[in-house]
Design a protein around this ligand. Structure first.
Ligand code: GLV
Length: 324
């Protein structure tokens, strides 16, 4: 059995795969850089399974390069917008993801963005590191309070709920918009109130995005939405870059329509819109939502176990539903 692993992954996952089949990676995977698509197509040739990450496009070309024996694409991620589900369905290829195990780490990172952007931590650290800090100042780096404010969540799945739970520590009021409404008891437990998207936009003091990237959520936040927000709002995205139209966010920051933005994901990863670098109020991290030692070990093991199940003729635990 040939298993193609597209990137260097934690040993915990590799061990599971190596005990089962021939694991193929490239020497260049010894780095953490994404692999060029030519190399990717070569790597997957003849594989029964591909362990992929959000950085690689699993499209028709990749699936064809692998060949008709390809049984499973196991994404080491909860999101799977890098995989063409329609193409996988056409070829009877199973697709799996790693839900649940990265919820808490990603919620922690969303809060890193919330706190960092609200308190201008990136900007303040840059000044300090540049040796430009002249001492405490009454008007220096003034941010916004979080205590008792409105925490607006666009998407209240596993990660959104974990972000909401943390908001209780700040005595925040949780407003959310999602296509799926939680049960009354789940809403009560989180102290969360469902609102229309327009109300969320108008009322949020912090707006944190926790939806998957779908045709419906692509560019859900553009200048039109930013214009309706409080100018003191902090916008945070740890979901997927294209949910925000980045050029519009830059314009909103230019015009003071929003206070600050915290971004862990970008429209054209790993390329960063240069306009974002012009904004001190943009607190930027390189897609590290699930990047803790424990979480990445678990994700790698889970993706590997999905592959072992599929190649053993069992049903993997984390199947992504494919279009019919
Ligand atoms: C990371 O972005 C993931 O979807 O797990």
């Amino acid at each position: 059995m040939k298993i193609a692993v597209t990137r260097r992954i934690p040993e915990a996952g590799l061990k599971v795969l190596e005990a089962f089949g021939e694991v193929k990676t490239l020497a260049m995977h010894q780095t953490d850089d994404g692999i060029a698509s030519e190399a990717l197509l070569k790597l997957v040739e003849g594989a029964q399974a591909i362990l992929s990450t959000v950085g690689e496009r699993m499209d028709a070309a990749t699936m064809d390069a692998a060949g008709p024996q390809l049984k499973i694409i196991a994404n080491m991620a909860v999101g799977y917008d890098n995989i063409s589900l329609a193409e996988a369905a056409k070829r009877n290829i199973l697709v799996t993801n790693t839900p649940g195990v990265l919820t808490e780490a990603t919620a922690d990172l969303a809060w890193t963005l919330i706190l960092g952007a609200a308190r201008r931590a990136g900007e303040a650290e840059r000044v300090l590191r540049a040796g430009q800090w002249k001492g405490w100042g009454p008007l220096q780096f003034l941010g916004v309070d979080l205590y008792k404010k409105n925490l607006g969540l666009f998407g209240l799945g596993r990660i959104g709920q974990a972000v909401a739970r943390r908001g209780r520590g700040f005595d925040m009021t949780v407003l959310y918009h999602d296509v799926n409404r939680l049960s009354a008891s789940a809403e009560e437990a989180l102290n969360a109130r469902w609102v229309e998207k327009d109300e969320l936009i108008a009322e949020a003091d912090i707006l944190s995005l926790h939806c998957p990237l779908t045709p419906e959520t692509r560019h859900a936040f553009t200048l039109a939405e930013f214009r309706k927000m409080k100018p003191s709002v902090v916008i945070v995205n740890s979901a997927r870059g294209p949910v925000i139209k980045e050029d519009d966010l830059c314009q909103a920051l230019d015009e003071g329509l929003v206070f600050a933005a915290g971004l862990d994901v970008f429209e054209e990863e790993p390329v960063i819109n240069p306009r974002l670098f012009d904004h001190e109020r943009a607190f930027l991290l390189p897609h590290i939502g699930s990047a803790t030692i424990e979480t990445r070990d678990t994700m790698a093991r889970m993706a590997a176990e999905n592959i072992v199940a599929a190649l053993s003729g069992d049903t993997p635990e984390n199947l992504v539903p494919l279009p019919l």
